[in-house]
Design a protein around this ligand. Structure first.
Ligand SMILES: Nc1nc2c(c(=O)[nH]1)N[C@H]1C(S)=C(S)[C@@H](COP(=O)(O)O)O[C@H]1N2
Ligand SMILES: [Mo]
Length: 263
């Protein structure tokens, strides 16, 4: 990532205690010395993500607007349904919160409005599903690494686990009947801090629709489709995922798929 991919509105991450509210106001930046430290979080983050990139072998290919697929096939869960999720849909997700907790010093609970105030990254990438189809889409969201930096990882943090709102009952196309389970996924900190790893809120310039994971989903561009967790409501920072569900780090991993699904 270059500094140029950040929006001109510099973001300020503040209020680390308590609810961990995210506050931004670029005008106050120069006026109020208490914001200086927070501004440094963004500066710092740029440096960290550039280093991570050097260490981890580069970016997934990015494409142009002309390459965007006319239709992006939804897959797996199309609609989590249920009273709770349906209520969020009806309220346009204003009460949706993305929680970041576990091995962090400052647990966060972020609204969509909070996320929209942070620097955005947009990338046009190819999604690659194990079922043998691909689609090119333009994703916009907040870099996961920036959020994790704000949450402050404990020294023993190793994984980010994404908890989703949908219960999936398997897909015949992925090898027959599978047992139902809450969808979840996980990545290590190298992928978590990779500059193209986003908590995305938009596809092709529009708020994510329900079929594609509204209101928030993961994009982790150097891995296959099933890693791209939709309907994300909680990110748990852990030192292991053995204690979660089947213990293999994801819904499909628990049903025999590889945990590292490199493309
Ligand atoms: N929560 C959740 N995330 C999910 C799935 C799912 O069923 N539930 N399916 C996965 C699979 S296999 C693919 S290919 C992509 C599909 O993303 P799309 O529906 O936006 O095409 O989402 C992934 N993330
Ligand atoms: Mo997939």
């Amino acid at each position: 990532m270059s500094a140029g991919t950040l929006t001109r509105r510099a973001a300020i991450l503040a209020g680390f205690g308590g609810a961990g509210a995210l506050i931004w106001n670029v005008n106050n930046l120069t006026l109020n010395p208490s914001f200086t430290r927070v501004y440094q979080t963004v500066e710092d983050w740029t440096r960290i993500s550039q280093r991570a990139l050097q260490r981890t072998g580069g970016l997934a290919p990015e494409y142009t607007e002309a390459d965007i697929s006319p239709t992006f096939k939804p897959n797996g869960t199309y609609d989590p349904g249920g009273d709770e999720y349906n209520a969020h849909v009806a309220q346009n997700f204003v009460n949706w919160r993305l929680k970041i907790d576990g091995l962090v010093s400052h647990p966060l609970s972020l609204s969509l409005a909070d996320l929209h105030r942070l620097p955005a990254r947009t990338q046009i990438t190819k999604h690659d599903c194990v079922e043998g189809w691909t689609a090119i889409g333009k994703w916009t969201g907040v870099q996961l690494g920036l959020l994790l930096k704000a949450a402050g990882l404990a020294p023993n943090a190793r994984y980010a686990v994404f908890h989703c709102a949908d219960n999936l009952t398997g897909e015949p196309s992925k090898g027959g009947e599978q047992s139902p389970g809450q969808y979840y996924e996980s990545v290590d900190l190298i992928d978590a801090f990779h500059p193209q790893t986003l908590i995305a809120y938009a596809l092709n310039g529009k708020s994510l629709g329900v079929p594609h994971g509204a209101p928030l989903r993961l994009r982790v561009e150097r891995q296959l489709g099933y890693k791209q967790a939709k309907y994300v409501e909680r990110i748990e920072i852990t030192d292991s995922f053995k204690h979660i569900a089947g213990g293999f780090g994801g819904y499909w991993e628990d049903r025999g798929y590889e945990w590292y699904a490199g493309i």
